[in-house]
Design a protein around this ligand. Structure first.
Ligand SMILES: Nc1ncnc2c1ncn2[C@@H]1O[C@H](COP(=O)(O)OP(=O)(O)OP(=O)(O)O)[C@@H](O)[C@H]1O
Length: 281
């Protein structure tokens, strides 16, 4: 807020909040020096009027990693991811994407650069089929006269078949979404994001409403996205999710980033403590 933080932290300090040497030791040790930095949030602050939703957060996201963002209600997770996905602009600080400072005005600009967000409320249209849900707003068109064009349904269904194949779903593209399980619906939402061919996925609570089987389906897909080279930032309330999936866990508390931990070297009690008190016991 007061600009005391340097604008450009060193690579070592780019993953951790300042002022906690124990934290620094954990967070820097686990970074693979070969990993390329995909996103760097540099001292970002976001204020809504008098509310400081995010305060002076510095955090890097590395290529092909799954970074989980956890924190209590109102901790600032959505606001932070919103600054990556173009929903919010930082009040202070900056976002560096693929080595270049960016200032997205809206999610479309982030999408153009390869950042795609999958929201928790899927907003799928139940009575329409999978292909339509995936392509709505961007149907492939056949050559036509005038501004409207004619939808190329053959390509629409072919594209959808390819996406469903990638997702290992043996479902017809013309299946109405109402007939799908919760997990499959979430995969359709991921499939829609996938159709933009992004480098980075920002996933907001992707399994919060799902059964155990649905959760596993989404986890498998996220692992597959990772294997295909995608970078993922996932907001989650579920420590089970986070410990199962994440390469690193970033913990927010009252707008601040309080720690970045390696799930293989941390237990759930420690992360719960960080979420609820902002520090380790
Ligand atoms: N558009 C907004 N206008 C005003 N205040 C906002 C706005 N968006 C978020 N806030 C406030 O900023 C703070 C952080 O909210 P945010 O939604 O980022 O937290 P969160 O960790 O995602 O919470 P949750 O887990 O409940 O979704 C909260 O105090 C919230 O009320």
């Amino acid at each position: 807020m007061d600009g005391e933080q340097p604008d450009t932290p060193s690579t070592d300090s780019a993953n951790v909040p300042s002022g906690d040497s124990a934290t620094d030791a954990v967070a820097t040790d686990e970074i693979d020096e070969e990993s390329a930095e995909m996103i760097r949030l540099e001292s970002v602050t976001k204020q809504f009027g008098r509310v400081v939703a995010v305060e002076d957060v510095t955090l890097s996201v590395y290529e092909e990693e799954i970074l989980a963002l956890v924190g209590d209600n109102g901790a600032g997770k959505s606001t932070l991811t919103g600054m990556i996905s173009g929903v919010h602009r930082p009040t202070e600080g900056r976002v560096v994407y693929d080595g270049e400072p960016v200032r997205f005005s809206n999610p479309s600009e982030a999408r153009e650069r390869g950042i795609e967000t999958v929201y928790q409320d899927l907003a799928l249209m139940n009575d329409l089929d999978i292909a339509t849900n995936i392509h709505v707003g961007k149907f492939p068109k056949r050559v036509s006269v005038g501004p409207f064009g004619v939808i190329d349904w053959e390509r629409t269904y072919e594209n959808t078949r390819e996406i469903l194949d990638f997702l290992n779903q043996d479902i017809r593209p013309d299946t109405e979404v109402v007939f799908l399980s919760g997990g499959q619906r979430q995969l359709v939402a991921i499939g829609r994001a996938l159709s933009f061919d992004p480098d980075v996925f920002v996933l907001d609570e992707p399994t919060s409403a799902l059964s155990v089987a649905g959760t596993e389906l989404v986890h498998e897909t996220m692992r597959q996205l990772q294997a295909e080279g995608h970078t993922q930032v996932v907001v989650s309330h579920s420590l089970e999710d986070v410990f199962d999936l994440a390469d690193r866990i970033a913990v927010m508390y009252r707008g601040r980033l309080v720690d970045v931990v390696d799930p293989d070297e941390t237990d759930r009690e420690t992360v719960t403590e960080l979420i609820t008190t902002g520090s380790r016991a």
